[in-house]
Design a protein around this ligand. Structure first.
Ligand code: ZN
Length: 233
């Protein structure tokens, strides 16, 4: 069943947001995408986005028909006002507050707020994000309660009726690979494996069985472990 609702997917070009895009294309009549350029070290994600979108169009005539405009927004102010291992050339380490310094304070709050501003203009009522509580680094802005609270705040502040959907919230990486296969078969799994980028250091590196990346940063380790479980190793 395809919902007549129209959705905006926060699409970074990584594994999670590509799976979210396939999820939305399998569910909503029209889907647009938004990406944020914020001076991230893994800017390679941003360069992969148009290619991923084109390849997903070619995978299914239905997806092609439903997929609308892509919007790229400059949020370089994030790297100007924060100091994190995602936006500066510093080592990834744990901070005194128990959060890794890859945490960019307020990032997902800002992303979702900017997405809602765009969705308001475009008449899109569903905001889809790849936030996940299950096996992530404990980022507080990925929590289900944060997103539910933000949905209420956005709807109060914009006198609107947005729904925030987070289809990966309770999935581990293994289940995220399985979801991709159920949505787009092996061709989607292969696309995600070879053309999405997750590595925190933004390294393309060698092609491992789980995709490209440095192979040792927390994001690569998580992706590799999930993939090994997915293929039953
Ligand atoms: Zn890496």
């Amino acid at each position: 069943m395809i919902s007549s609702q129209r959705a905006l997917v926060l699409f970074s070009g990584g594994q999670d947001s590509t799976t979210c895009l396939a999820w939305a294309l399998s569910r909503y009549a029209q889907v647009e995408t938004i990406g944020f350029d914020y001076g991230q070290r893994h800017a390679i994600e941003m360069t992969m986005r148009p290619l991923l979108i084109e390849k997903m169009r070619s995978m299914s005539p239905d997806w092609d028909a439903r997929l609308g405009e892509d919007h790229v927004i400059d949020l370089s102010l994030i790297s100007a006002i924060s100091h994190t291992a995602m936006t500066q050339e510093i080592d990834i380490e744990m901070q005194a507050n128990g959060l890794p310094n890859t945490f960019v304070p307020g990032r997902n709050l800002l992303f979702m707020t900017v997405a809602a501003t765009l969705a308001y203009r475009r008449g899109l009522s569903v905001l889809v994000g790849g936030m996940c509580e299950t096996d992530f680094s404990g980022y507080p802005d990925c929590r289900d309660d944060t997103m539910k609270s933000l949905q209420v705040t956005l709807n109060l502040g914009m006198a609107s009726a947005f729904t925030i959907e987070t289809p990966l919230m309770w999935l581990d990486k293994h289940a995220t690979w399985s979801l991709a296969r159920s949505l787009g078969g092996d061709s989607l799994v292969d696309l995600i494996r070879t053309d999405t980028h997750t590595c925190y250091l933004g390294q393309r590196g060698a092609l491992h069985d789980w995709g490209y990346g440095c192979g040792s940063c927390p994001a690569c380790a998580l992706r590799a472990r999930g993939y090994q479980q997915f293929i039953g190793k």
